[in-house]
Each structure stands twice: as structure tokens, then as C-alpha cells.
Design a protein around this ligand. Structure first.
Ligand SMILES: Cc1cc2nc3c(=O)[nH]c(=O)nc-3n(C[C@H](O)[C@H](O)[C@H](O)COP(=O)(O)O)c2cc1C
Length: 339
């Protein structure tokens, strides 16, 4: 089985989430952490590295990620992380947010193969660890990746993680599987697939389409259904005691953020954010999401969640759904998902 990797989701898959996940679920082999931004003048802000403190990250193996368009700043931050014990650093070439991309960071660098080339050359001369990249297909169009194949192949990257969308697509619209197939064929490094692995059937379809990938990265689908990695590893959608295990995991998150943040308001905000994804796991998720979002104190939030988890709301582990009754996602001839 190829490794399953937890995707970086800023505001979600931080050390608190990773530790709670590791305690209550199985199936994830490693995580790429949400990005840390490099700052001018080769300065390091200790608060930016708090989430990567080694004593808070002794569960699953973690690869820190850097968002930067400046080689010296990148090297300074990467070497600091190396000194903290991290042997692989991932470079974010995918962040789609206009505020980031307009400043030629994240996916904003993808139309500039020459700048990426110069940065890789400089970084790899002065960074002793392994470097991987996480990329989209381009900022504006999927063919922006083509000149990057030769650039990536020129350097000893440890792997290339590809999310086959463009930056302007943000997180919506189809993943472009034909373009991903080109990445797999043209990149000489191990290639990891990332994007819309939301259930076992989609994973199995992708696995049969792309047997040559070196790993699979799971993001929103795993947050919505923390059993997903176990389902994939076990090849079954049957999960025992789903709601009870989810409840314990949820409690570990609330406790973890209680220790991390000053003030219950911050804990409440963070937990409400999670329900944007958790709600997908429940049959009546929209109603639950409304009720959770309306809560104005952590006590009330806990009461509402306890009612949801103790009550009759059916959690969508779908353990009673017959395995052979599950519809496979359709892939059309140009390699795009229909939906
Ligand atoms: C809220 C949110 C935060 C994200 N933060 C990061 C990040 O810090 N670094 C990164 O490379 N990608 C980030 N991503 C992109 C995800 O890692 C992933 O590439 C994307 O969600 C597609 O995978 P998925 O369909 O499995 O979620 C973020 C996505 C979301 C929705």
C-alpha cells in the first residue's frame, strides 16, 4: 500500500488536530504541515514555529511547509527547521488565494518557471535536507506546469505532490486527471496525487487509473470523515462504533485547543470551523451545522454537540450500506470527474 499523507489545511490540520487524530484513528502515514511564511530580512518569528515544536509533534511524522518567493528567506527558515530536527521541507507552489498569488507566492509563482528554477538552484546549494514541492497545474491555466517538468527534473527533489487544479479554480470545479497523468509521465521524481479523495470508491478509481503514484494525500475528505484512511487501508467502508470514536476524537480536539488558545471564544471559533467539514459526515448535516454555528458559548456548543453525538442523528460512516451498492464516480473520456 502506498503511503497515505495528511494534507496541509491551514486552520485545521495543525498539531492539535494531528495529535488527536493519531490518538483516535489509524491509517495516515505522515503529514505535511500547513505553511509557514518566510519573512523579510531572514528573520524567524518563534510564534510561527510553535505548531512545529518537536515535543508537540512526536506522533505522526511531519514535513513542514514553507511559503516563500525569496531564496535567502527560504534557506534561513528551512535551515532553522532542519536544526529543529526536520529532514524534509516542502515548498508551497499551490496556495491559490489572490492576496498570496498576486505577490508571486504559492500558485502565483507557477507562471514563472525561470524564477522557480533560480530559487531551486540556490536553495539546494545551501539547504542540507530533502526538498519536496506541492504544486498545482498552474495559476491561470493547466499548461503552465509543462515548462516546470524540466525545471523539477533538473533538481534532486524528494517528491512532487500535485493537486491537479489551477490556482484560479481555488478548491472547486473538476480535478484535471488528464493533466495529472502528464505530470506522472513527465516528472522523474516520485509523484503524489492530491485532490478530492473524499471516499473509498473515489480512491479505488484513482488507484486503478494511476498505479504509478508514490503516495496519496488526503485533505478535506479526511477531516469530514476521519475514518477515511482506515477505510482505504482496510478496503472496506465498515467502521465499528463510528459515532463513539468520533465523539472521543472531538473531545480531544476541544481539550487540545483549550490548552493551545487563551480564552474559550477562540476554542469555540476553531471548533465551529471544523463543523463545515464534520457536518458532511451526518445525514442531516445542514441542520446540525446551523445549530452549531448559532452557539455563542463553549458550554452551549458542547451541549449541542453532545445532543448530536448522543442522539439519533445518523453518522455517515454508512456501515450499513452494502459495499457493492456504492456508485463509482464516473470519469469521462477527457479524464475529468463528472461529479
Ligand atoms: C482551508 C484550507 C487550507 C489549506 N491550507 C493549505 C496549506 O497550508 N498548504 C498547502 O499546500 N495547501 C493547503 N490547502 C490545500 C490542501 O492541502 C489540498 O491541496 C486541497 O484541499 C485539495 O485536496 P483535498 O481535496 O483532499 O482537500 C488548503 C486547503 C483548504 C481547503
Amino acid at each position: 500500500m502506498k503511503p497515505l499523507i495528511l494534507a496541509p489545511l491551514r486552520g485545521f490540520t495543525d498539531a492539535v488536530f494531528r495529535n488527536a487524530f493519531q490518538r483516535h484513528f489509524q491509517g495516515i502515514d505522515e503529514a505535511v504541515a500547513p505553511f509557514v511564511t518566510s519573512i523579510k530580512g531572514r528573520r524567524i518569528k518563534p510564534s510561527h514555529l510553535q505548531d512545529l515544536a518537536p515535543d508537540e509533534n512526536d506522533g505522526m511524522p511531519v514535513v513542514p511547509q514553507i511559503l516563500s518567493n525569496h531564496p535567502d528567506e527560504f534557506i534561513c527558515l528551512a535551515n532553522t527547521l532542519f536544526d529543529m530536527g526536520y529532514r524534509e521541507i516542502n515548498w508551497n507552489l499551490g496556495c491559490p488565494y489572490p492576496m498570496v498569488a498576486k505577490k508571486m507566492r504559492g500558485s502565483g509563482l507557477l507562471p514563472h518557471a525561470d524564477i522557480i528554477d533560480r530559487m531551486l538552484e540556490k536553495i539546494l546549494c545551501q539547504f542540507a535536507g530533502n526538498l519536496s514541492v506541492k504544486t498545482r497545474l498552474g495559476r491561470f491555466s493547466a499548461d503552465e506546469i509543462e515548462p516546470l517538468f524540466a525545471v523539477f527534473n533538473r533538481y534532486p527533489l524528494s517528491r512532487v505532490i500535485v493537486h491537479p487544479r489551477t490556482g484560479v479554480q481555488m478548491y472547486a470545479g473538476n480535478v484535471d486527471l488528464r493533466a495529472f497523468a502528464s505530470c506522472l509521465a513527465c516528472i522523474d521524481h516520485p509523484v503524489v496525487y492530491n485532490g478530492d479523495i473524499n471516499d473509498l470508491a473515489i480512491f479505488q478509481t484513482l488507484k486503478s487509473l494511476f498505479p504509478a503514484v508514490s503516495g496519496w494525500m488526503l485533505g478535506r475528505g479526511l477531516v469530514a470523515n476521519p475514518f477515511l484512511a482506515e477505510m482505504i487501508q482496510g478496503g472496506t467502508r465498515h467502521i465499528c462504533h463510528g459515532k463513539a470514536r468520533f465523539a472521543k476524537f472531538h473531545e480531544a480536539l476541544v481539550d487540545g485547543y483549550g490548552h493551545r488558545f487563551c480564552g474559550s471564544g477562540h476554542v469555540l471559533d476553531r471548533m465551529k470551523g471544523f463543523w463545515r467539514y464534520f457536518a458532511d459526515g451526518f445525514e442531516d448535516g445542514r441542520q446540525i451545522l446551523k445549530r452549531v454555528r448559532k452557539t455563542s458559548s463553549l458550554e452551549r456548543y458542547r451541549d449541542v454537540v453532545a445532543m448530536v453525538l448522543d442522539g439519533q442523528n445518523r453518522w455517515g460512516d454508512q456501515s450499513e450500506t452494502p459495499e457493492n451498492g456504492y456508485p463509482l464516480p464516473a470519469v469521462n473520456p477527457d479524464g475529468r470527474f463528472f461529479g
